[in-house]
Design a protein around this ligand. Structure first.
Ligand code: ZN
Length: 139
């Protein structure tokens, strides 16, 4: 299960060099070549799945189980005091490589990293209506 045009599949297969820091039966982690902060690591499934919705539960479980181990090592190696753990789904969200990947970004006070999130607000009743819509979509 790999996509010959996918850069992360090539990294997993060793066809493209990477600074690999972790590997198990399901997952590989390597340093991002364009780090937001030194030690920025990508945790990916070995098999090709485009995003969170397409990844089987057992693969997600293995990735999330590996995440604290990888993040802990990154923190110890970089002297970070915290880290961000996130991923993107779809081009409109900022996903650039269509192979599921979790970002692990070590953080320290005053590191200057900013994601510039704009916090919005709901109009009266809007949140309740949207909550109902999401619950309905679960079925
Ligand atoms: Zn891939």
């Amino acid at each position: 299960m790999s996509d010959p045009s996918c850069i992360f599949c090539k990294i997993v297969a060793g066809q493209i060099p990477s600074e690999r820091v972790y590997e198990d039966a399901q997952a590989v982690a390597f340093l991002d070549i364009h780090p937001i902060a030194p030690g920025h690591t990508l945790l990916v499934p070995k098999a090709h799945f485009a995003n969170l919705l397409e990844t089987p539960q057992e693969v997600l479980a293995a990735l999330v189980a590996a995440a604290p181990r990888v993040a802990g090592a990154v923190m110890r190696a970089t002297g970070a005091e915290g880290f961000n753990f996130f991923q993107f789904n779809g081009a409109c969200s900022g996903q650039e490589i269509m192979h599921l990947h979790f970002h692990i970004i070590p953080r320290r006070p005053g590191d200057g990293v900013s994601y510039q999130w704009r916090q919005g607000a709901y109009r009266e009743g809007e949140m309740r209506a949207l909550g109902a819509k999401v619950r309905q979509a679960m079925e």
